[in-house]
Every structure is written in C-alpha cells, then in structure tokens.
Design a protein around this ligand. Structure first.
Ligand SMILES: *Cc1c(COP(=O)(O)O)cnc(C)c1O
Ligand SMILES: [Zn+2]
Length: 455
C-alpha cells in the first residue's frame, strides 16, 4: 500500500472559509483580517494509527536520515507535508533535553519526579525560535523554487527571532532584514544576526514600534514577513508539545508552564497537544499556564479582569510594555492573543505574572539545582513557585516548564544578579566570586570559610 498523500493549507482562523496555498504570500485573511492557521487533513492523517505515528516519530528522532532527525522535520507530515525535502532548511532543531529538576522541585515542596524543564534554548541559535524559523525559511525556499517572488525575508524582533531568521536565511542563501529596538536586547542577541550577514536595523523604539514598521514594509511585493503572525512558524513550534509527550513516553504532563510575550508559542503548544489528542496519540490534555512579566502583562490583566478564567472571546487591550529583564517578552500588543486564548480555553488554562524580583530569584533557585535559566524561563519558574505555594499545583502532579532560551544569551542578567546591580531586584541567592591572594594559605582560608573544613 502506498503511503497516503497528506496536504496542508492556510485557512482563516476567525471562522470564515478563506483558504490559500502555503506557497502564497498571505498573512491575514483578506476578507475579515483574521490571522491564518495551517489546516491539516486530519481525516487523511487518521488513516495511520496512533501506534504507527509514534513508531514513525520515534524511529526518526535524533537519528535521521537527514533532515528527518530534526525534532521538527521528523514530524514533517504534521507540519508541512507536501514540502519538497530538498527545500528543507534545517539546523537540526528540536530534540532538546528534558531535564528532571528533582532538587528544585523538592525545594518547592513538590516530589522529585514532578518538575521537568524542556530546554528549548539548547539549539542552534539558543532559543525555541529555531523550531518555527526552520519551517518558515524552508517554505520561502520552496516558494522561490516555484518562481514566487521573495527577494528578502524581514522581521521585527526582541532578539531571538532575528537571530534565528538570520541563521536560517544564511544557511539557505536568502537575504534577511531584521528590525530591533535599540538598546533593548542582549549583546549576544544583537551580534548573532550581524555575524550571519543580515541587514541589522536598530530603531529608536520598542518592539511594538518595530512591529508596526515591519508590517508596512512587508506590504510591498518582494519582502516576506517572518513574524509569528505568520502561522508557518506556529506549525514548527507545535512540535515542541509532541516532542515533550514523546520524551515522557507518550504521556502528557498535568501542567505546562510557558512564558508568553507575543503569545505565538503558547498557542503553538496548545495546538500540538490538541492535534495529538485528535489523532489518538494521547488520551488527555495538560493544563496550560501562560506566565507573563508584570511589566508587560496585557493577557494577565485581561484574564484577571474577567475573573481569572481565560475564554476565547476576551478582548486583550494593548498596554505600554515597561522595561523588564525578560526583554524578549516586553510586548504590549500581543499579535497572537486570540490564538492563545483559544488554546487556554481548550486546555483549561491559567495566566499569572511575575515581578522582576520573583523572576530573578526563581532563575537563581533553579540554577542552584543545576539549571542555567534565562530571565524568561525565570518568569515561568516564578509562576510555578506561586502556583505550588498556593496549592493549585500539588505534589504528585507532573509539571513541564518550557525554557525558551539558553541562559548564556543573557550573561548580563546573571552577572547583574550576582553583583546585586539589577534594577528593582534585591537578590536573595547571590554567590559572588571571592578575590584571594595567589597562595595556598589564602585559598585554604577561603575554602574553610565557605565549607567549615580545612583541607
Ligand atoms: C520569543 C520569546 C518568548 C515569547 O514567545 P511568544 O511566542 O512571543 O509568546 C519567550 N522567551 C524567549 C526567550 C523568546 O525569545
Ligand atoms: Zn476570515
């Protein structure tokens, strides 16, 4: 029997019946301005049993053949089935570690098997953005191969999207343009697209300001928009949910806690779990918790004002996002708010926020148990700590915290924490280095002072 041929297409996510091919340059529904989503032929996909899908995905996972060893492309039939394999632009994304944080969990009063860290930042450009960008840039390569005009790909970014776009475009030989808010991203994030040869434009505004400009810029022919309103990225990010279940032996956790800015990733994770349930790979859904920085918390405010229960019809009023250490989520007008609310409603979700103090201490607490948490993961950890303290998350329940970036991209945050120089933070877990003379005696004294033993 020949394998069934699967196809996906764009469809309006706001209820009208607009459809388009994935090779068309279209981001919003031309009829109602709603965002598009990639629609899969679930009936065709259901011709394979859940057991067959699991065996297929397990067989490819971190193995191959190229590029199917990628965590994203190993699930190609669920992402962009009809894409020609020769147009896949992969940097071996996905397949990231799932760590059991037993010592950290016990500090929160939870069990040693309860808290798991999905390290999406352990990847080519150091953030989960690779998962979506591999799909978008591959789609652009396919468009160009078919004669669709795309001269360059452009995005506005809080630092990680631009790093991913620049790297994947460099790998594919496609020009890229990135718009960044000047002085509001880390030095590591700034130098990444510079190194990869993108046109790097620093604008004297915030992310929301960059986003406005890039949307107008991309309305001209030839420039393709790579922001997460582009639902091709969501399809790649969706695989993070599938991979998470796969790493837990095809079980779902009880809770998934994820930091949210533009809210594309939270909606992608929701989509992944829903698709697995629809196709029978899992029998239940986790509860989804979106964690926002208090300085940029439009979703939290909207949900709190409605009594704490997220529903799809809530309006999320834009706020002026204030400065936060979690700079990648300093976003006041989240593009994917509606998509995220739909995911939250379907996954019996919650929305919480965390202060600068809370996110910094939570990151440091996890670091003391062996992690190396970036400030965004700190936001998610701080929210986990609150929910555990409140008894909402209980001992014996399994929690997956989505770590969105590598801590090494945020060295200023770490250095500032341990030096006690971060704004609005009185750090509780500092561990400053000790300056000692270059003599055995001085070192012995320092060791004795710290550990109470004399070597
Ligand atoms: C982009 C980003 C987020 C937020 O993801 P959204 O899809 O915008 O909600 C969180 N953390 C890091 C490190 C990011 O780069
Ligand atoms: Zn529509």
């Amino acid at each position: 029997m020949s394998p069934p041929s699967f196809r996906a297409r764009f469809r309006c996510s706001d209820g009208c019946d607009f459809q388009a091919e994935l090779t068309e340059v279209v981001y919003r529904c031309p009829r109602c301005q709603g965002l598009l989503e990639v629609e899969h032929d679930l009936e065709a996909l259901a011709q394979r049993s859940a057991a067959e899908w699991k065996a297929l995905f397990d067989g490819r996972f971190r193995a191959g053949p190229w590029p199917l060893g990628s965590g994203v492309w190993g699930k190609k039939e669920w992402v962009y089935p009809q894409l020609a394999l020769e147009n896949v632009v992969s940097m071996y994304e996905g397949g990231s570690p799932l760590l059991r944080l037993d010592r950290y969990a016990q500090e929160l009063g939870l069990g040693p098997d309860d808290v798991w860290l999905k390290e999406c930042g352990v990847t080519h450009t150091g953030s989960f953005k690779d998962l979506g960008m591999t799909v978008l840039v591959s789609a652009v390569k396919e468009m160009r191969a078919r004669g669709v005009r795309v001269d360059a790909v452009a995005c506005a970014s809080t630092g990680d999207t631009s790093a991913a776009l620049a790297a994947y475009c460099a790998a594919a030989g496609i020009p890229s343009v990135v718009l960044l808010p000047r002085g509001k991203i880390s030095i590591a994030q700034l130098v990444q697209p510079i190194a990869n040869g993108a046109l790097v434009l620093e604008l004297d505004t915030d992310f929301d300001g960059c986003m406005k400009v890039v949307q107008e810029l991309a309305s001209a022919p030839g420039l393709y928009l790579a922001n997460s309103m582009n639902s091709l990225r969501i399809e790649g990010q969706k695989t993070l949910a599938v991979e998470l279940a796969q790493q837990l032996g095809w079980e779902v956790p009880d809770w998934v806690v994820i930091p949210g800015g533009n809210l594309g990733n939270a909606s992608a994770v929701g989509r992944g779990f829903l698709m697995m349930k629809q196709l029978g790979l899992v029998s239940r859904l986790p509860r989804l918790v979106v964690a926002q920085a208090r300085s940029a918390n439009p979703l939290f405010r909207a949900v709190a004002a409605a009594g704490g229960k997220p529903t799809r019809d809530l309006e999320v009023a834009p706020v002026a996002a204030q400065k936060t250490l979690a700079s990648a989520i300093q976003i006041g007008a989240p593009v994917s708010a509606r998509r995220a609310l739909r995911a939250l409603e379907a996954l019996d979700g919650l929305v919480e926020d965390a202060t600068e103090q809370e996110l910094s201490d939570a990151a440091a607490r996890a670091d003391r148990a062996g992690a190396y948490a970036d400030p965004h993961t700190g936001v998610a950890l701080a929210v986990l700590e609150k929910l555990a303290a409140r008894g909402t998350i209980r001992k014996g329940e399994r929690v997956a915290v989505i770590s969105t970036a590598h801590g090494l991209k945020f060295s200023d945050f770490k250095v500032g924490y341990h030096a006690g120089s971060l704004p609005c933070v009185a750090p509780r877990l500092v561990n400053p280095s000790v300056q000692v003379a270059a003599s055995l005696g001085a070192v012995q004294d320092a060791v004795a002072k710290r550990f109470g033993v004399r070597a």
